[in-house]
Design a protein around this ligand. Structure first.
Ligand SMILES: [Zn+2]
Ligand SMILES: [Zn+2]
Length: 143
């Protein structure tokens, strides 16, 4: 199953630590979202032993915009778009059939939410939009 993230290859930034680089590579190579424990399993041979090592690396990668946390799955994906780096809003379509996750950006949605925050005086820090349903391929297969 291919998914969106395969189209994008971020160069590993020079200021990442070894662990951060390993975690990012693992996310890049994954077919879908990974939990911190999935990541730890894949990196045991690289010498990672503690979940905390993975969580620390993930925190840093998310902070720098290289990865996202999917709240509803408690899992992580690498960022699919360079244009998203530093953006406060990330949107994901999550297929409950095959587990495919597509990251997309909609500037109008971002703008609307920003306006809402401004009007209500809400101090918006970060927005993650998660759409759950069936991807086009799964729907095709089901019909
Ligand atoms: Zn992103
Ligand atoms: Zn699907």
């Amino acid at each position: 199953m291919s998914h969106n993230h395969d189209d994008h290859h971020h160069e590993r930034p020079r200021d990442l630590t070894r662990n951060q680089g390993l975690v990012l590579e693992t996310l890049n190579g994954a077919e879908g979202p990974l939990s911190a424990y999935d990541i730890l399993d894949k990196l045991r041979d690289e010498g990672l032993r503690a979940p905390l090592q993975v969580y620390r690396a993930l925190d840093k990668l998310i902070e720098q915009g290289f990865a996202h946390r999917l709240e509803s799955l408690n899992a992580f994906v690498c960022c699919a778009g360079a244009e998203c780096h530093g953006a406060d809003t990330a949107a994901f379509a999550i297929c409950t059939g095959c587990g495919r996750v597509d990251e997309f950006a909609d500037p109008e949605v971002t703008e609307r939410l920003g306006e809402w925050a401004k009007t209500t005086g809400f101090g918006l820090e970060r927005t993650t939009i998660e759409l759950r349903g069936r991807c086009a391929e799964c729907l095709k297969r089901a019909s």
